[in-house]
Unconditional design. Sequence first.
Length: 197
Amino acid sequence: MNTAMTSSSGASEPVILDAAELTSDPDRVARFAESAHVILADLVRAGAALGWVEPPSRDEVSELLGHVISAAHAGDAALRAAYLDRRLVGLGYWLRYVRPTHRPHADLEKIAVAPTAHGRGIGRALTAGLIADAKRAGIEVLTLDARGDNSNALHLYRSLGFSECGRLPDFVAVGARRFDKVFYMLDLRQDGCAHGG
């Protein structure tokens, strides 16, 4: 198992595992689902824009991660998990589109980092790892959508080469509040053509 490295300042550096590394140890997989649930539920409880209004249940998170891991083993997804001192502090994944006409493309579904690990570059490392996985899988365009008020995430995506390709004003409803839904894309084709043709 990969372990966290210690820098010269004594602080541990995060270790990023892909789906194969993560699932090579059945005990780690079981702990992963439980730890991921805690991170996702805590983030949603605090108002994070992860697609849930109420914190997801343990079973919901376990089922979701089981689906992502199965898809990753089939080449239709990628999953990354970030560990700090052997403790899960973040995760992210993309899924290939199901429609036959969209199969060359994938959607970056989630990047979630525990608040205790913010500011350590973990979101960037997870996203960069998932982009590398997409390139290796032959993904042509990686897409994502985010809530318009999630400025830190939008800044991160732009800094990694994503560009905004659409916006639905006041589309996301959280109780009485409304937020824009922002669409981003990263063109991974060698010619870099962002608009087809």
